[in-house]
Design a protein around this ligand. Sequence first.
Ligand SMILES: *[C@@H]1O[C@H](CO)[C@@H](O)[C@H](O)[C@H]1NC(C)=O
Ligand SMILES: *[C@@H]1O[C@H](CO)[C@@H](O)[C@H](O)[C@H]1NC(C)=O
Ligand SMILES: *[C@@H]1O[C@H](CO)[C@@H](O)[C@H](O)[C@H]1NC(C)=O
Ligand SMILES: *[C@@H]1O[C@H](CO)[C@@H](O)[C@H](O)[C@H]1NC(C)=O
Length: 290
Amino acid sequence: MTAKTILFLALCTPQLATAFDIRSPFSFLWSASRRDDGDGYYDPNDHGGSMLTEVDGTYPEGLGEPLNMIVSGSSDAEVLVDQETDGGFRNYWLSIGFGAECLGQRDALQQRANLGDGKGSVNQSSVLRWDYGDPQLGTCTETIQGGNHFRYWVQNGDDQNSGAYFMACSYEMPLEKHHDIVPNGYNIGRDEIVGNITRSAVPTLNLTDSATVPYSTDIKYVSGLLSNTSDGVNHYSTVEENGRPAIDGLVAVMTVRIVERPASDAASLTIPWTLPTISAIVVSLLAICL
Ligand SMILES: *[C@@H]1O[C@H](CO)[C@@H](O)[C@H](O)[C@H]1NC(C)=O
Ligand SMILES: *[C@@H]1O[C@H](CO)[C@@H](O)[C@H](O)[C@H]1NC(C)=O
Ligand SMILES: *[C@@H]1O[C@H](CO)[C@@H](O)[C@H](O)[C@H]1NC(C)=O
Ligand SMILES: *[C@@H]1O[C@H](CO)[C@@H](O)[C@H](O)[C@H]1NC(C)=O
């Protein structure tokens, strides 16, 4: 390498990095490296994982809670980022009325799950709670009064990297009742969230400004991932109702898309990354650098 080439690279690297998100033209490469069974997720049961979480201290031992909702890896890439801004996963849930743990507390009852993606059993990424219409303090109300909440994990290990979010939803009793699950509380938790999504197509203007991204959500109920059973299900004796098993075995699979992007984003997203455009950019960069 000549001294001039080295000087050229040294001069250009910062400009290249700041002028453009270098990864953008090649984003098709990393989306191609994310695979799935065609539905936007892999069934953990097929890959040594489980659709039940792992909970410490259950009686009898080894019970878990159903992963009864999935945000599929076919959702928009922005939605699959675990953040509260820029259309991310938490941004989506804020718009529906679910927020992070009250006053930044950490969930005392961590659960684990093995999504069969090669990571083995890992702690929950986080827990989100129904905010009772108050994005600031509402999740504190949920912690004390009980209500709807879910823990979630991301299927992003090296073996089965779908990018999908697996959620364990349940409707819980108040703190003084030790957060047991209400009768039929797994199915109810899931279905109230589906109700929240379908009835809250227009997010309340009162929510934080980061929550104003309009989303569209396709939802379908899928059987075969979980069983219609009480076997292995935590709190099964109080959750069973009228002789029906604790869970109905259905999983609500959602595909979330951003309907309209903020103007600044839209501009960068609509650059057509064709060969002529890339050549033009390279030529301009050379001009800037030399
Ligand atoms: C998982 O959570 C438990 C608490 O339930 C904690 O002791 C442990 O350190 C956590 N593991 C990791 C890898 O964060
Ligand atoms: C959303 O769910 C909560 C509790 O889970 C319920 O109280 C509320 O009425 C629901 N809202 C809508 C719009 O469905
Ligand atoms: C915002 O919240 C306040 C108090 O909770 C309420 O009085 C007001 O009607 C809400 N505004 C909108 C646009 O939802
Ligand atoms: C689950 O099984 C019960 C009977 O044990 C039945 O009443 C119910 O319809 C089943 N639900 C589904 C979704 O198959």
